[in-house]
Design a protein around this ligand. Sequence first.
Ligand SMILES: [Mn+2]
Length: 402
Amino acid sequence: MTAKSIQQFLAAARSAVRSGLKSTSGRILLVTGNESADLDSFASSLLFAYLTYSHAESRMGKLNGYEDVIPMLNIPREEVSLRPELHYLLTKLRMPESDVICKDEFLASIDRSKTDKVDVVLLDHNNLGSELGDMFGKNVVAILDHHTDEGFYKSAEPRIIAPVGSCTSLVVKYFDHYFRLGPDEFSTSDEQKDVAWLGLAPILVDTANLTSKQTQEDIDAVAMLVRVVSAGIAGVGGEKEGYYSELMAAKRSIDSFSLRDILRKDYKEWLEDNGIRVGISSSVKSLVWTSKKFGWEGVKTGIESWANERKLDAYIFMDSFQDPEEGYRRDLLVSVCSEKGNVRVRKFLDSAQIEFQLEPFSEKDCLGMLNNDKDGLWCFKQRNLKASRKQVAPLVRHFMQE
Ligand SMILES: [Mn+2]
C-alpha cells in the first residue's frame, strides 16, 4: 500500500481488499468502529487508520510493520444506504462510497483459517461483537473509546477509554502532532484540511456543535481542527456552523425510509451470557412522527417483527429531536419481546422511571400510543435529557444479566 492523501489511502485499502487479503504475506491491521457505524465510528476509525499508516515510521515501533492497514465500517454493504449523513460526508471529501470497506467485504477477503495474521484496533467501542470477537478477540492491540469500559483486552496499547463527547476527539488528541499548528504556521495543505474536515464532522454532531456533552477534549479538538481547515484562508469563521447544519440536515433526511430501516439504521444489540438478547434503536425522528407516518398499529407490528427477526427478549426505541414547543426532547419506548424478557424488563422499568425521569405521554400527544401493561409495551417522555443510549444500555443490560 502506498498513498499520500486520505482519499488515496482509502482507495488503496479498498483495492487491497478487492484483490484479496488472503494473498498478502504480511500482517494486517484492522481498524474498526462499532456496529452503529455512525459518523463517529466511521471517522474515528478512518482517521486512526490513515494517521497510523502515514506516520508509521515516526511512532517509534508502535503499530507499525503492517503490510495493510484496513479501516472497516462495521456493517454489511447493504446498510450503508441507511446513513445519509455518511453519504454527505463522503461527497464533501470526494471519496466514492464504493471505497468504504464494509464488514462483509473484509471477511470475504481474508483467509478465515489464518485470523492470527490480523491485529485489531477498536475505535468507539471496547468489546468486539460476537462474530468478529470469536475470530479476532485475541488480537486486539489498541483501543480508543468513550463508552463504559467493559474491562476487556487489558494489554492493548494504547488503551484509552474516556467519557468524552466524541471518540474522534480522542483520536485527534492522540495524533495532535499532525493537527497542531506551530505559532508560525499559517498555512496547511489541502490533504491536511480534508483530514481535519473528517475529524470535525462527528465531534460537531455528537456535541450538537459544542453545546451538549462536550468535554475539554472535544473543545480542544474542534479548536485545533478549525485552525487547520481555516489556515491560509482570509475572512473565515462561519464554515463550522454551515457544516454542522448540513450534516444534521443530512442525518435527519430519512423521510423515504421504511419503518424497518428506521429501526435498524442506528441499532445496537447485546447478547448476555445467560442467552438474553436486548436491542436498542436510536432515531433522529420522534416517536410521534414515526407513529403518524406508519400508524401506531404499524409501529407495534414493525417492532414485533424486528424483535422476531433479531430473536430479542427486550427491545428499546429511543428518539432525540427538536420539539417546536418544548425544544430538545427525548422519548423512550420499552417492549417485552419474550417470556424470559418479561420480568427483567419490568425490573428495568422500575429503575429507569426514576433514573431517566420517565413521564407517560399525555392524551393529546399519544396518537394511540397508550402504555399497555398487558402487551408489555410502554412509551414515555424522557425528562432526563442527558441520558443517551450510552447511559440506557448499561442499565438495561444490568437487569438482562440477572
Ligand atoms: Mn461514539
